[in-house]
Design a protein around this ligand. Structure first.
Ligand code: IPM
Ligand code: MN
Length: 322
């Protein structure tokens, strides 16, 4: 799927230089690291990357840590952008256009868990003013680009007043200082989940902590058409890693069937946000929309990768009149 996304980018940016680098469980088995140093070096040198879904072991393995979590942490990719929008012909609704900004560096993803005794396990949830403010700063930028009318802070400060309270207060301070106070509201995470199901069209930008963002972004992507159409951008200062939210689907490996559109839409996020090339991002997303309307009513899971790539590249090279 990543080569398809790369070829789409190369149509739009003919001079784009591309390098590849390894990561994942297979890589760990060969070289003892899920993200080798060379991969980190290449990511830093390029300043932008496309992550292909990788597998993880289903049992704890000494020394192994998830490749994507390692990349996020080591490269300072502290914000995760997860847009959800309606697409022609495939989405269950036609009026959804929201974007979840997920804190990407801390919260319950601290990686600090321990057994206190045989029957008592503990995980640490860290929330800092710095990370919360950094998320809100990105929200200010994204709100300007989107012309966002509503920014919703999602938390659980009724039960976690210190951690979630800090998150909410620091986000609010940044948004207020940017003159956005009248557009900001807040929801407890459980209420937000219900409303994302019942009235997703009323949301615009959502800001939330790491685990809440992980869960709510999977829930919300139902409205675009599911995980097969869920892109994301892990975004730091001067560096970004585009990541389709789905996994590696080992059950269909080798069948030739695969849907590259989440990878392609993730590449569009690199264009729009990291490289500030919104016109090219619009073109790529419009091409995806055309491909989807052509395949309307079909289960994309039954199309082959080659068919979908051909359809997409045809659209990009010769857009059909509307
Ligand atoms: C995601 C994934 C990851 C996460 C996993 C694979 C560690 O679910 O990108 O949403 O939980 O962040
Ligand atoms: Mn997830």
């Amino acid at each position: 799927m990543v080569p398809v996304a790369v070829r789409a980018l190369q149509v739009l940016l003919p001079d784009l230089q591309v390098e590849s680098a390894e990561a994942g469980w297979g890589c760990f088995q060969r070289c003892g690291q899920s993200v080798p140093d060379l991969t980190l070096q290449r990511m830093r040198a390029c300043g932008a990357g496309l992550f292909g879904a990788v597998s993880s072991p289903s049992h704890p393995v000494t020394g192994y840590r998830s490749a994507i979590l390692t990349l996020r942490q080591t490269l300072g990719l502290n914000v995760n952008l997860r847009p959800v929008r309606s697409w022609s012909g495939v989405s269950p609704r036609d009026d959804v256009d929201l974007l979840i900004l997920r804190e990407n560096s801390e919260g319950l993803y601290s990686g600090r868990e321990q057994m206190l005794s045989a029957g008592h396990a503990m995980a640490e949830r860290h929330i800092t003013a710095a990370a919360s403010e950094a998320l809100a700063q990105r929200a200010v930028e994204v709100a300007k680009l989107r012309g966002a009318k509503r920014l919703t802070l999602v938390h659980k400060a009724n039960v976690l007043p210190l951690t979630c309270g800090l998150f909410r207060d620091r986000c609010r301070a940044v948004l207020n200082a940017a003159g956005l106070a009248d557009r900001v509201d807040e929801r407890l995470v459980d209420v937000a989940a219900l409303q994302l199901v019942a009235e997703p069209q009323h949301f615009d930008l959502l800001l939330t902590t790491n685990l809440f963002g992980d869960i709510l972004s999977d829930l919300a992507c139902h409205w675009s058409g599911g995980l097969g159409l869920a892109p994301s951008l892990n975004w730091g200062q001067g560096i970004a890693l585009a990541e389709p939210v789905h996994g590696s689907a080992p059950d269909i490996a080798g069948t030739g069937r695969a849907n590259p559109l989440a990878a392609v839409l993730s590449a569009a996020l690199l264009l729009r946000y990291h490289w500030a090339l919104p016109t090219l991002a619009d073109r790529l997303e419009a091409a995806v929309d055309q491909v989807l309307s052509r395949h309307a009513g079909e289960d994309l899971g039954t199309a082959t990768l080659i068919q979908l790539e051909q359809s997409l590249l045809q659209q990009l090279n010769h857009p059909l009149p509307d």
